[in-house]
Design a protein around this ligand. Sequence first.
Ligand SMILES: [Zn+2]
Length: 90
Amino acid sequence: MIQLTSATAIEKAINKARTVKPRVRVNCFGSYTVTNKQTGATYTVTCEKRDGKRFASCTCRAGELGRACFHLAAAVAAHIQLAADKQAAH
Ligand SMILES: [Zn+2]
């Protein structure tokens, strides 16, 4: 589980996600299945808000070690988009 403080903290992971372009499937708001199309590897990324702070975690090896992996970055990008859409709908 890592705390998402700013976009710059996961910038490297975001850049990697832009290169790899993993597929992100929304399970529900806050839960995403990320597939690396090149390797077929699938991981689950969870995003949540606690005490006004944003946290995210990934089930891959890097994610378990608390590192911002590109699965996490890709899912967080989808999560932010989804949250913005939700806001717009209200
Ligand atoms: Zn990961």
